[in-house]
Design a protein around this ligand. Structure first.
Ligand code: TRP
Length: 452
């Protein structure tokens, strides 16, 4: 089937870079290390690996299959594959709503990152004393105008790439940025590993301590695996609809998953040894990157300033390619015969910026911090919904549709590229995982997390 807009990626390499660009983001570099730190380092890592390869990767393949088979946006794709049950479109809708919420909070954090990049460049961060970073971060994030300016700047970059199109915008930018990002990260790892006491940080990351791994930690590992791979919310259905017809979906998904996982681990290797070497607290939470790392950078003197610039640039670029995928999903959904790509992208950007600004105002002591929804500030509510709750729910519905409601012949035909690829046992194993293992695991962890 041809795609809805006639657009698509030009090659498998381009598709892998774009989808890896979506997957690799704040989730890998900002979120993974602090969550891992919070739930016991190595023990969390073990559970995380299982979820990434047994559930996350399976979902990615499934979304690619659904996307390429139909060439449609998530809301149209489900009913197209199951014409007698049009209510499946609501799963697509729930995914898109989740994307909208994720994008709003993502923009706020990306704005912080861009500000830190700017402050590294201008030397502001270098002039702050070690014990001043917590306050610096809190007062910046709670202020009214400054964060918003950076959020808007970030969204403008994102929107421009989307307007550029799938191949000329998304694919081109991802092909350029992803390899650059890996190089920057490797440089950071080398520096971190050559510090005195680096081994304590490595032991923290790799040595399992199961006493710290709670039920909540297991749910967090699942939420993180889904969030990090950008799966469950339909974004990969969208990218799947842009995959070349001869692309080998199994292979592509394995590569993207390995890439995403490797970058999370490398971020841990870049961050933990440095944090320990400077006597900082590794389980600082969301502030790890903004409150702890600047102390680490300042302790390196002038060279630290360069590392600070490199690090926050890296984080901003990783966030950019992810934000692009989220906005693309929303844009593709809105655009059609009546509304073209450019106005769709602009309308969606305006809608999401309103929520992002409200979320920014609600953070810390911001001007909207008194506004409570269900007892929570808007920022905290969005964080909870998008970080742990909605992704597993969307993912569960997606995998149930895939394993139980889609025609097996359609799946096998798509996986074997209409019979041109023989992929033998793996296909059968994969089908088994997607029918039984992944849904059962998702259901158990979700129930345990909600009830416990
Ligand atoms: N995976 C991205 C990250 O790790 C975030 C992201 C981008 C995402 N697109 C998504 C998460 C779609 C869920 C769904 O930062």
């Amino acid at each position: 089937m041809s795609t809805k807009t006639g657009e698509g990626f030009s090659s498998s390499f381009g598709a892998i870079m774009a989808a890896a660009g979506s997957a690799v983001g704040l989730g890998n570099i900002w979120r993974f290390p602090y969550i891992c730190g919070k739930y016991g380092g190595g023990a969390f890592l073990l559970v995380y690996i299982c979820f990434v390869f047994l559930i996350g990767m399976i979902l990615m393949m499934s979304e690619f299959v659904i996307g390429r088979r139909t060439g449609e946006d998530p809301m149209k794709a489900y009913p197209l594959l199951r014409p007698h049950r049009p209510q499946w479109k609501y799963v697509g809708f729930l995914g898109l709503v989740t994307c909208f919420l994720i994008l709003a909070i993502y923009l706020v954090i990306s704005g912080w990152t861009l500000n830190y990049f700017w402050e590294s460049l201008t030397g502001t961060l270098a002039s702050i004393p070690d014990n001043g970073f917590k306050e610096h971060f809190e007062s910046f994030a709670s202020s009214t105008f400054r964060p918003v300016i950076f959020v808007i700047a970030f969204l403008v970059f994102t929107t421009l790439v989307i307007i550029g199109g799938v191949e000329k915008g998304i694919e081109r930018v991802s092909k350029l940025l992803m390899p650059f990002l890996v190089v920057l990260l490797l440089v950071m790892c080398v520096r971190s590993l050559t510090l005195d006491g680096a081994s304590t940080g490595l032991a923290y990351l790799f040595q399992p301590d199961f006493s710290k791994l709670t039920g909540e930690g297991v749910l967090a590992a699942l939420g993180q695996a889904l969030f990090s791979l950008s799966v469950g919310m339909g974004v990969m259905i969208v990218y799947g609809s842009y995959l070349p017809v001869d692309d080998n979906i199994l292979k592509t998904s394995v590569w993207i998953t390995i890439c995403d996982f490797a970058i999370a681990i490398l971020s841990g290797i870049a961050i933990f040894p440095a944090v320990f070497a400077c006597g900082q607290n590794p389980s600082e939470g969301p502030g790890l990157v903004y409150q702890v790392l600047p102390v680490v950078f300042n302790s390196f003197g002038n060279i630290g300033r360069i590392f600070s610039i490199v690090f926050f640039l890296l984080l901003s670029l990783a966030a950019l390619t992810s934000a692009i995928s989220l906005l693309e999903a929303l844009t593709q959904w809105l655009s059609g015969e009546k509304i073209k790509r450019t106005p769709s992208a602009i309308i969606m950007s305006l809608m999401v910026i309103a929520l992002a600004i409200a979320a920014s105002f609600s953070y810390g002591d911001g001007i909207l911090s008194g506004m409570k929804i269900g007892g929570m500030q808007l920022f905290a509510l969005l964080d909870k919904l998008t970080g742990t709750l909605l992704p597993p729910i969307c993912a569960l519905l997606t995998i149930i549709f895939f394993g139980w409601f889609m025609k097996k012949e359609d799946i096998m035909d798509e996986l074997s590229n209409h019979g041109t690829l023989g992929i033998g046992y793996f296909k059968v194993f994969y089908y088994f995982l997607s029918r039984f293992v992944a849904p059962a695991a998702l259901l158990i962890v979700l129930l345990a997390g909600i009830l416990g």
